[in-house]
Ligand binder design. Structure first.
Ligand SMILES: Nc1nc2c(ncn2[C@@H]2O[C@H](COP(=O)(O)OP(=O)(O)O)[C@@H](O)[C@H]2O)c(=O)[nH]1
Ligand SMILES: [Mg+2]
Length: 197
């Protein structure tokens, strides 16, 4: 049994300046604005307001770092959650290149401490171009020691038929609902295992 027993905000920074020093294994969370990224970080850590649910204007381009302590039967494990700026807010989805600054892609591709990419996708819109671009981008930069985990959010918004269709299309994906707290335990375990084996 894996649990998050402690979680706290460390700092915000741009992708260029005042970056937190490397060292502790990190999970980088990415997804379109409004996909449920903040809610998911709160659900995983069992804290209502750790990641601000509605993004503060002006702060949305910042990277937020959180310290997280996992515990299993016997040991504690330190990790960090890295909340990356959301993308695809504009109605017309721009390309990743336009959305993400060079400094952000530099950060994502060069940060040694990132062990796991968690790519969040809205279960109601699984085939958006921007998510396809993110999938391709992550696969192109992924190192041997890194893992990509795709997680579909807002599964409570799908009916049984839509759910089974999604599961057929993405057999290995994890489905969650922050609202109903479905799939959160499983997600925590998969993320923990990607970090610590
Ligand atoms: N129905 C439903 N709504 C959700 C879920 N997760 C988040 N939301 C809602 O979606 C909106 C955006 O959530 P937020 O966590 O701020 O998304 P972010 O922009 O990706 O950080 C908020 O109104 C949340 O309450 C979910 O699993 N199910
Ligand atoms: Mg957010």
């Amino acid at each position: 049994m894996i649990d998050v027993v402690e979680a706290s905000f460390i700092t915000s920074s741009s992708s260029k300046n005042n970056l937190l020093e490397e060292g502790i294994s990190e999970v980088a969370f990415l997804g379109r604005s409004n996909v449920g990224k903040s809610s998911f970080i709160n659900a995983l850590t069992n804290k209502k307001n750790l990641a601000k649910k509605s993004s503060t204007p002006g702060k949305t381009r910042l990277i937020n770092f959180f310290e997280v302590v996992y515990k299993n039967d016997k040991e504690k494990y330190m990790a960090r959650f890295v909340d990356l700026p959301g993308f695809g807010y504009a109605k017309v989805s721009k390309s990743l290149q336009e959305e993400w600054s060079k400094s952000l892609t530099d950060f994502i591709s060069s940060r040694v401490s990132i062990r796991t990419f968690v790519h969040l996708i809205d279960a109601r819109h699984p085939f958006q171009k921007i998510d396809k671009d993110v999938r391709e981008y992550l696969n192109s930069i992924k190192r041997e020691d890194q893992e990509i985990i795709e997680i579909f959010t807002k599964m409570d918004k799908l009916n049984q038929k839509e759910l089974s269709k999604l599961k057929k299309e993405f057999p290995s994906a994890i489905m969650i609902s922050n609202l109903k707290r479905r799939g959160i335990k499983k997600a925590n375990e998969v993320i923990f295992h990607s970090l610590f084996g």
